[in-house]
Design a binder for this molecule. Structure first.
Ligand SMILES: Nc1ncnc2c1ncn2[C@@H]1O[C@H](COP(=O)(O)OP(=O)(O)OP(=O)(O)O)[C@@H](O)[C@H]1O
Length: 256
């Protein structure tokens, strides 16, 4: 694959006695859609937050587009964007006001045109005039994704991009992300608990467990390595530290 857009080298993050991220290293190839997977508390959100420069690592180096995020993050922030169900937008502002504020921050020239295009793409036209705080969880997810696309980022960090979306809307959003990547060649790093999403969108999967990288590969490589038919089964194998040197039949036998 082509050059790396993200490079994490020997990064750890401690919160007092909690080791959230434990000496991890990985690169994310340009134009890939890479998944960061792991069970609850594995360190996905902490890793994404360090990539955004929202959290400082306890040790190690984080670089994006070759720029050290600890020292020069403002040089690259205009080239990336993120969405997260854990970060709220100002609740009293309408959706249009929120998007306008962020569009100004990103220096978008024709703001109404950009908002109209995104509102069509993410089907949020119906609630552009409503206060963000009044929206349902799934509606908020779509608005936050629109915010994440405002500056046509070259790198998108997406924490559970389809959280709270009904199956139909989630499918639509996945299709939109696929089309966006094909059209723009953006790089996507996403955390997800939805394994069919990962199989559909991702060409690279990084598995975290207890703050460490414990496996990595394309979905096809991981399926072959664990002798499984879908990523859900692979996820459970890795999360439960199931031995992969066992034949599939024996692996069934050690199921708890
Ligand atoms: N601000 C904090 N203070 C203390 N501990 C924290 C803090 N943020 C995260 N942690 C801990 O760090 C670990 C990793 O958390 P993180 O949110 O990165 O996990 P995650 O993989 O995103 O989990 P989930 O799938 O549940 O969202 C957890 O044990 C969590 O309790």
């Amino acid at each position: 694959m082509s050059a790396s857009v993200v490079s994490i080298s020997r990064v750890s993050k401690h919160f007092d006695s909690v080791i959230a991220v434990d000496d991890i290293s990985f690169d994310v190839a340009a134009q890939s859609t890479t998944a960061l997977l792991g069970g609850n508390g594995a360190g996905k959100t902490t890793t994404l937050s360090m990539l955004l420069g929202l959290l400082l690592p306890t040790s190690g180096n984080v670089s994006v587009f070759g720029v050290d995020m600890l020292r020069h993050r403002y040089r690259v922030l205009p080239r990336l964007n993120f969405s997260s169900p854990y970060v709220d937008l100002p609740r009293r502002l309408t959706v249009r006001e929120n998007l306008t504020v962020y569009a100004r921050l990103y220096g978008i020239i024709d703001i109404p045109a950009r908002i109209n295009a995104l509102s069509e793409e993410l089907q949020i036209g119906r609630f552009l005039s409503r206060p963000y705080g009044q929206l349902s969880a799934g509606e908020k997810t779509r608005v936050v994704l629109a915010k994440a696309l405002l500056n046509e980022p070259e790198l998108m960090l997406l924490d559970e991009p389809t959280a709270s979306l009904d199956p139909d809307t989630a499918d639509y959003v996945r299709g939109m992300l696929e089309a966006y990547r094909k059209r723009t060649g953006t790089t996507i790093l996403l955390a997800s608990h939805n394994m069919s999403e990962v199989e559909r969108l991702c060409d690279d999967v990084i598995m975290l467990r207890a703050g460490k990288v414990v496996d990595r590969g394309t979905p096809a490589q991981l399926l072959a390595r664990y002798g499984r038919h879908n990523m859900e089964e692979v996820f459970i194998d890795i999360a439960r530290e199931r031995r992969r040197d066992l034949a599939p039949a024996d692996r069934q036998a050690v199921k708890p």
